[in-house]
Design a protein around this ligand. Structure first.
Ligand code: SF4
Length: 368
């Protein structure tokens, strides 16, 4: 039998006592499931806000498996706020290399510098940190200080949307508000840290986007999406992310034992990472077309004749909103070359000391 959907105005359909029973049942089931199925993760062994903050920032847009080793290395090198604040940004970026979304590392570093060695202990001051939004502030405050702020990430959106049968698109303002309000009402106020970890793992491991484990789910008897045959349709999203293509032409210079790199600046991907000389084009170009471009000619000093070889073509690199197609050229010049003056001249053997995008790193590992 289909259960009546609750609304955000429980007084009209449900008493406080009834809602309290409903909430306790929900959190008890989720926490019991978590006790039996939770992932053992190092940041769950602590209530230290710094450690939780680092883990939460690493896990934004990064899968746990991928972020695990980064977290251990990062915490080993930067064990506390003070150490992180005193580090050079280039070194922080180097420890982040390969994780992507590099603004996270820049924000971590800037926030650490703003703390004067002491991690803030109120929600208002935590959420004021650079790079910390509602989700991260709720995770830190609930898990470190036991405050009843609900975490609302993609997993929580999915669980609540299905369990409550909410069909409002979750990428609309109304949908976000609706689910966030439900999250605030459903949180276990006595055990917020446990509850928050439980609902996130529940969404990540059982109530998954594709093929959720409804047959083993402790909520199945009360789940509206299950009862109404809506599991595969919820949560609803109205806007699919638009993906754009970009075309990068990288140049790996051989000038004896030297090569050239530059730090990326501007409001774009991979800001503050280093990279090889780059020409971005609006569409794929041939070797002849690339050499004819003014940007390429500007690289080369007058009178010098580089030897140019296309090394790798159309390497596809997928980011969240972009697909990059990269061609890699190798350009050989004399060791005393006057070309590439806008770039930093370093020994090729020193390349691994610089934080470089994963795309270029993969090329260098094969061809460096
Ligand atoms: S019954 Fe299925 S859809 Fe509903 S909460 Fe459980 S796993 Fe998710």
């Amino acid at each position: 039998m289909t259960r009546k959907k609750y609304t955000l105005l429980p007084a009209e359909i449900i008493s406080d006592d009834e809602f309290s029973t409903f909430r306790i049942q929900f959190s008890t089931d989720i926490i019991r499931w978590y006790d039996e199925n939770k992932r053992e993760l190092p940041w769950r062994e602590t209530t230290d806000p710094y450690t939780i903050w680092i883990s939460e920032i690493i896990l934004q847009q990064t899968r746990v498996n991928q972020g695990y080793d980064y977290f251990l290395r990062f915490i080993e090198r930067f064990p506390d706020v003070q150490t992180l604040a005193e580090a050079h940004e280039d070194e922080v970026m180097k420890y982040w290399q390969g994780l992507g979304y590099y603004s996270r590392a820049r924000n971590l570093h800037a926030a650490a510098k703003s703390m004067n060695g002491i991690f803030p202990d109120t929600y208002e001051r935590v959420i004021a940190l650079k790079g910390v939004g509602e989700y991260t502030a709720a995770a830190i405050c609930s898990m470190s200080y036991g405050m009843p702020y609900p975490v609302v990430d993609g997993n929580v959106f999915r669980v609540i949307s299905r369990y409550m049968g909410i069909e409002t698109p979750i990428d609309s303002g109304r949908g976000k508000k609706e689910i966030t309000e439900w999250a605030s009402r459903l949180i276990d106020r006595k055990r917020p840290a446990l509850y928050n970890q439980a609902i996130m793992d529940f969404g990540a491991l059982l109530c998954t986007p594709k093929s959720p484990g409804c047959a083993e789910c402790p909520l199945v008897d009360r789940c509206i999406a299950f009862a109404d045959g809506l599991v595969s349709k919820l949560p609803v999203k109205k806007n699919k992310t638009k993906v754009t293509n970009r075309y990068f032409n990288y140049i790996y210079v051989h000038a004896g034992e030297y090569t050239y790199i530059r730090k990326r600046v501007g409001d774009d991907i991979w800001k503050n990472l280093f990279e090889l000389p780059l020409i971005e084009t609006l569409q794929p170009v041939t070797e002849e077309e690339l050499i004819a471009l003014p940007e390429f000619r500007n690289f080369i000093a007058e009178g010098e004749l580089p030897l140019i070889r296309l090394s790798l073509r159309q390497v596809k690199h997928v980011l969240s909103h972009r697909v990059i197609y990269a061609d890699f050229y190798e350009v050989t010049l004399p060791e005393t070359t006057r070309s590439f003056t806008a770039y930093k001249r370093i020994k090729k053997s020193e390349l691994d000391q610089y934080a470089i995008s994963r795309l270029v790193q993969i090329f260098l590992e094969k061809n460096g």
